[in-house]
Ligand binder design. Structure first.
Ligand SMILES: *Cc1c(COP(=O)(O)O)cnc(C)c1O
Ligand code: SF4
Length: 338
């Protein structure tokens, strides 16, 4: 009897541990450039204090483990290190015109039929090239207090048949919150699809808990999950397991990458990434040209080079494994193909 109770308690504890492992990863993430250098055997001069002040460092342990120590050219490191190049002049604070297209606080609409909501300012990681790195999350009050306004908008405009959960990263919400948000959206009958833009399954794969899988499965509206992977080195066994988990929920899986100088501006890198994605049942969706955000211009790849890489991908990969090469031009009715 005692033994059975003990086993039960252990399994309850295991469930609780699985539930909170990702939150532990967020709490213990590396939050300073100096610490990042110390952990990865890099000289402290690799970090620019002013770049770091502009956009803080945030790298969880799971991602850190995939970075090669002592190598300033590591493609994962380049995505998270506040480099001296970030202080080069140029670039905009809101390069895609997000703040011009708010329907109500935290709800943006740029394109026909699709509303995008800023569910949170929190992310699993801070990507240095992020086009929302200067987004005034605190002014655009995000969070449950604004959800009712979003639902009013959806009720009032039946032409919106898709809601995109963005941010920040929507999977930063705990399962209970996410469940309430999904249920509220699901209750608007004119919404046919819910899209989740997230980097969690790739950065902190333990976020994909059984509870999350269940919650996605329970949605009436079709769920599309758009991952953000830029390089094959970001994919390890834990990421593969997280992707299998999301597939079990019945969600459709897509991926978007950003074309980044010194990270993935290379035919071999992108061919192997996209091959691996389709092997896992994740369809490449977009390959984005960098949005010219202040602090990230050193990641820019010229249009001619971008087209050259893309044309070679078309020659090497099955059609369904080639993402669309696009740029976001503020004011245009869709992303613009190059
Ligand atoms: C990119 C974006 C979308 C989605 O566009 P798709 O081409 O459907 O992927 C929707 N809303 C906003 C505000 C966007 O920036
Ligand atoms: S996870 Fe997405 S929103 Fe967050 S910093 Fe990276 S690119 Fe930006």
């Amino acid at each position: 009897m005692e033994k059975i109770l003990l086993t039960e308690r252990n399994s309850v504890e295991a469930t609780l541990a699985a539930k909170s492992r990702w939150q532990h990863s967020l709490r213990t993430a590396v939050r300073s450039g100096i610490e990042l250098c110390r952990r990865l055997d890099l000289p402290p001069e690799a970090v620019s204090p002013s770049a770091e002040k502009d956009f803080p460092v945030f790298v969880p342990e799971e991602y850190l483990q995939r970075i090669r120590p002592g190598d300033l050219t590591d493609p994962l490191l380049r995505q998270v290190l506040p480099a001296p190049d970030e202080t080069l002049p140029g670039g905009q604070l809101d390069p895609v015109g997000d703040l011009q297209v708010q329907r109500t606080a935290g709800m943006l609409q740029k394109y026909a039929g699709r509303a995008l909501v800023i569910t949170t300012g929190a992310c699993a990681i801070h990507c240095r090239y992020c086009f929302r790195r200067h987004f005034p999350y605190s002014q655009v009050a995000v969070g449950p207090a604004t959800w009712a306004h979003w639902m009013d908008q959806l009720q009032a405009d039946p032409s919106i048949d898709e809601v995109i959960l963005s941010g920040g990263d929507p999977l930063s919400l705990v399962d209970g919150q996410l469940q309430r948000l999904l249920a509220a959206i699901d209750a608007v009958p004119t919404v046919r699809r819910i899209r989740i833009h997230t980097r969690f399954p790739v950065v902190i794969p333990s976020r994909v808990t059984e509870e999350l899988i269940e919650l996605l499965r329970a949605s009436r509206a079709a769920v599309y999950c758009v991952l953000h992977v830029n390089h094959g080195q970001e994919i390890d066994d834990a990421v593969r397991a997280a992707i299998v988990g999301i597939r079990r929920s019945g969600a459709v899986l897509l991926n978007q990458s950003v074309l980044l100088r010194g990270v993935n501006d290379d035919v071999e890198v992108l061919a192997s990434l996209n091959r691996e994605l389709v092997d896992m049942g994740v369809l490449p969706y977009y390959l984005h040209q960098l949005d010219p955000v202040r602090g990230a211009l050193h990641f820019e790849v010229g249009d001619d080079r971008a087209r050259e890489i893309w044309n070679e991908l078309v020659r090497q990969l099955p059609g369904y494994a080639v993402p669309r090469l696009v740029r976001e031009v503020p004011g245009e009715p869709s992303k613009t193909p190059l």
